[in-house]
Write a protein that binds this ligand. Structure first.
Ligand code: ZN
Length: 327
């Protein structure tokens, strides 16, 4: 069986070659949107499969594969961010993996396995483990029980506790070569793969998501407005854009500010090449200190993308601040 995505083939073959004696703590590290999660899933299934193919990959037909694919394999646990109910009854994603989740995983690996093979714990995103959770997990990572495999997935491995990192065999998954990514996107029916890849910073899965989600239209309407700061009406736009997801908003604005800085400092656009003309014009007018402060605030917001109580007001304040960059 081939890798989940063509650019993962080398990493996939290397993992499969270790199937008989897999690393007990594996860290898949690399940028967002390159398929680390899918690779981790495929690896977990390969380990749990009871009739693996000659290359070590999962057969897809045995009972273990069936349980895995339906999320019911008794020797598999996935530790991830959970949905929570907020104060006003709204559903939101937790921002951290909590200690009780880690403890549950620790208890799980102390049990004997249901089937005679491996037991796999997948932690994704591992950089979201809070300190207590990471410490709870550390104890079993130091001496994993027999036939137990931990697979940690992380976009930001530097945020992991150094003690966790040092326990793991690390496999770095880089950005795919642009031509391979563009070819794959075209094969998925995506038009103008090159523009999308530039927008997504070269990550093909983000580019695909953009192409499919209609976020491109949303992006165009947001950037059209940002391109003309003097005409921004913060109240109207705050109200209109409050429905844009905080993650999508952050990605848009962060790259836009990054482009303005790139223009101001180096005279070139990095991400939003289709808005080059506006960016070059605005970059020259921007107050560098104010722009830097706004970009820094945005970078900090990216670390905690919680749902604020009044999104429209928050956007309005941001837009006022953005407008002042060009006063
Ligand atoms: Zn199988």
């Amino acid at each position: 069986m081939s890798a989940p995505y063509p650019w993962l083939e080398t990493a996939w073959r290397r993992l499969l070659a270790t199937r008989a004696r897999p690393a007990q703590a594996l860290l898949l590290a690399g940028p967002h949107g390159v398929g680390k999660g899918a690779l981790a899933q495929a690896w977990a299934q390969a380990l749990l499969c009871e009739a693996p193919r000659p290359d070590g990959s999962a057969c897809g037909g045995c009972p273990a594969c069936h349980w895995f694919e339906t999320g019911a394999h008794p020797d598999f646990r996935r530790v991830s961010l959970q949905e929570k109910t907020g104060k006003e009854g709204e559903t939101r994603m937790a921002t951290a993996i909590e200690v009780d989740q880690a403890r549950e995983a620790v208890d799980f690996v102390q049990l004997s396995t249901y089937r005679a093979g491996f037991r796999v714990v997948l932690v994704d995103p591992a950089d979201s483990l809070n300190v207590a959770a990471a410490n709870a997990l550390l104890k079993v990572l130091e001496e994993p029980p027999l036939n137990t495999v931990f697979v940690l997935v992380s976009d930001q491995p530097r945020r992991l506790l150094p003690t966790i990192r040092s326990r793991c065999t690390r496999v770095d998954i880089g950005l795919p070569p642009l031509d391979l990514a563009a070819q794959w996107l075209a094969g998925q029916g995506v038009d103008d793969a090159a523009t999308l890849l530039a927008l997504s910073g070269g990550t093909p899965l983000d580019a695909q998501r953009w192409a499919e989600s209609g976020e491109l239209d949303e992006r165009r309407s947001v950037l059209d407005a940002l391109a003309d700061p003097q005409r921004i009406d913060p109240v109207t736009l705050g109200e209109r854009w409050k429905a844009v997801s905080p993650q999508a908003w952050h990605n848009l604005v962060y790259k836009w500010l990054g482009d303005l800085l790139a223009v101001r400092l180096r005279g070139s656009v990095q991400f939003n090449r289709d808005f080059s003309e506006a960016l070059l014009r605005l970059g020259d007018k921007a107050d560098l200190a104010k722009l830097l402060a706004l970009a820094r605030a945005q970078a900090n917001e990216g670390r905690v993308l919680a749902h604020p109580l009044n999104r429209a007001l928050q956007l309005e304040a941001w837009l006022v601040r953005y407008r002042h960059v060009f006063d």
